[in-house]
Design a binder for this molecule. Structure first.
Ligand SMILES: Cc1cc2nc3c(=O)[nH]c(=O)nc-3n(C[C@H](O)[C@H](O)[C@H](O)COP(=O)(O)O)c2cc1C
Length: 170
């Protein structure tokens, strides 16, 4: 099976179904540390296709993003229970503890346009280059959201990545 380049906007229902359950795998750094994400958007900003992801400063991935800037987002297949289990694992273990690929039973695949590996078990992935990042601003945030999601602070940083390419297995 080959990985072929596709329109980043094709079949977005699939991406948004998976982001809700079981989550997507954000990979960053030259090691491609996989971290589960449940929030993110895809759209057009500055006339570019853009994937935005939200990462709390406490995550190991945060430091990797700061260093490297580039990231990939890997989308698990519908009904793939094994990968869903690995996604859940990556959402409650940190790369600070060691190589998450080996521990979660995932395979690292070298990036195609960026020097960041993605997750081979996922049939679709996006490769992105940071074009902007900004903190969620405490004073500008809706109060209910502030108290529900940030009782201990650790406000997310939003990373805006130009989608350099999107691929799927065909
Ligand atoms: C379903 C799910 C969705 C998550 N979504 C996010 C997210 O969007 N942003 C975030 O900062 N953490 C999110 N997390 C938490 C991180 O995945 C988790 O803290 C992880 O252990 C961080 O890995 P790292 O320390 O290797 O970067 C989510 C966890 C789960 C289980």
């Amino acid at each position: 099976m080959d990985r072929v380049a596709v329109d980043p906007f094709e079949n977005l229902e699939e991406v948004f179904a998976r982001i809700r359950k079981p989550g997507l795998l954000l990979t960053t750094g030259n090691i491609g540390n996989p971290m589960t994400i449940g929030w993110g958007t895809i759209g057009v900003v500055w006339n570019k296709p853009v994937f935005t992801v939200l990462v709390r400063p406490s995550r190991y991935s945060f430091g990797l993003l700061k260093e490297v800037g580039d990231f990939s987002v890997s989308v698990p297949a519908s009904g793939d229970k094994e990968t869903a289990k690995a996604v859940a694992w990556c959402g409650c273990h940190s790369g600070r503890e060691g190589d998450k690929y080996e521990a979660a039973g995932l395979t690292k695949e070298p990036g195609i346009t960026i020097d960041v590996p993605y997750v081979a078990e996922c049939p679709r992935h996006f490769e992105c280059r940071r074009i902007h990042s900004n903190h969620v601003l405490d004073g500008e945030l809706n109060h209910e959201i502030r108290s529900r999601y940030y009782p201990e602070g650790d406000l997310h940083q939003i990373w805006w990545g130009e989608i350099l390419g999107a691929w799927r297995i065909q």
